[in-house]
Design a protein around this ligand. Structure first.
Ligand SMILES: [Fe+2]
Length: 238
């Protein structure tokens, strides 16, 4: 991987101000950004300990006494650098709504049921070749306060942690064929159609387990012309 940041990555990112995404109106900076040198501590830590990731942390369906309700799925993929090489030992964390579209969060009070057998958070580490895997349930769509009758498409939030805190990247994975995608201002705020498509997982028959789970593949490209769009700090995930 080259040390210079490839400007080709920029086409993947949404603009800070995307008026259709209401929260961005107040979050977007009104003045030009000021470059700030990273401090030594930002570049060197904190570094998570590999031993902190336990073997079953990537299975969100076995965290409670019973199994969660919903459509069981396997989400897997390859963490790649700009040259298509796998990136090993990357900490991946996911969080998501339950099958009914409800988060366990004090601010999520919309009238959909919580599932006592589903927390909605998991983590994994990419292997020596950069591959990762999660077992979970397909999240439901949910309404959000962006205007009248606005709904988020089904999605899984992803965080990828590099070797230091300053190298954390956050994004969302969507599902193929979701009719809500074209109405979602977070998704449509990404100007480049090819970049948008990189946020949509593909149905993966090879990973489907008979009578158990459907498979979805979601590769994540960390930077370069094929970069996966990431959320900037002015577009915090919801
Ligand atoms: Fe969400």
């Amino acid at each position: 991987m080259t040390l210079a940041y490839p400007t080709a990555s920029n086409v993947a990112h949404p603009a800070h101000l995307s008026p259709g995404y209401r929260s961005s109106i107040k979050r977007a900076p009104s003045r030009p950004l000021i470059p700030m040198r990273h401090t030594l501590s930002e570049l060197t830590g904190p570094v998570y300990g590999h031993e902190a990731v336990r073997e079953n942390d990537n299975d969100l369906t076995t965290q409670h006494k019973g199994e969660p309700l919903g459509e069981r799925i396997i989400v897997h993929g390859h963490v790649l650098d700009e040259d298509g090489r796998g990136v090993p030992n990357t900490l991946l964390e996911i969080w998501q709504a339950n099958a009914c579209g409800r988060y366990i969060h004090v601010r999520d009070q919309h009238p959909a049921p919580l599932d006592p057998n589903f927390t909605g958070a998991g983590r994994a580490q990419s292997d020596s070749e950069g591959y990762y895997k999660f077992v979970t349930v397909k999240p439901g769509a949910y309404p959000w306060a962006n205007g009248r009758n606005t709904w988020r498409p089904s999605h899984v939030h992803f965080s990828l942690m590099g070797p230091a805190f300053a190298t954390r990247l956050v994004t969302q994975m969507y599902f193929p064929g979701d009719p809500l995608l074209e109405y979602d201002p977070m998704y449509t705020s990404i100007p480049n159609e090819r970049a948008r498509q990189r946020l949509v997982s593909t149905f993966d028959w090879e990973t489907t387990v008979p009578e158990q789970a459907l498979g979805y593949k979601f590769d994540i490209v960390l930077r370069g012309r094929d970069e996966t769009p990431f959320e900037s700090d002015t577009k915090l995930p919801r």
